[in-house]
Design a protein around this ligand. Structure first.
Ligand SMILES: [Zn+2]
Length: 117
């Protein structure tokens, strides 16, 4: 990978990481607000609250997963192995890396993983 490509990859990773950290921060703030308003809730609203909280928790986990992938991606850029599919070892197309900077697999391998789940 050319050093300019490497810099561009790091920039995309940084930008996405900043977005995710921002989103996580907003979720933290949102959950604080939920706790403060708990005392005013009618019992009938408790179920939907729990559902909303669970959904929020899943989203937070998803974002943290993505942060971990971005961290690995950054290490891969430094090691010169960024943009190589973790399963088949083929280069991941530039367009996919642009859209998904934390992609660890090519589209074909990723869809196989998705089917396994
Ligand atoms: Zn692959």
């Amino acid at each position: 990978m050319e050093s300019t490509d490497r810099a561009a990859a790091l920039e995309r990773i940084d930008r996405l990481e900043a977005d995710i950290r921002q989103a996580l921060q907003e979720k933290d703030l949102a959950s604080d607000a939920d706790e403060r308003s708990d005392g005013h809730h009618h019992p009938a609203e408790a179920a939907t609250d729990a559902e909303a909280r669970e959904k929020q928790l899943r989203e937070v986990f998803r974002l943290r997963d993505q942060l971990e992938r971005l961290e690995r991606a950054r290490l891969n850029v430094e090691a010169g192995t960024y943009g190589v599919c973790a399963d088949c070892g083929q280069p991941i197309p530039e367009g996919r890396l642009r859209a998904v900077p934390d992609a660890e697999r090519c589209v074909a391998c990723q869809s196989k993983v998705a089917r396994r789940r």
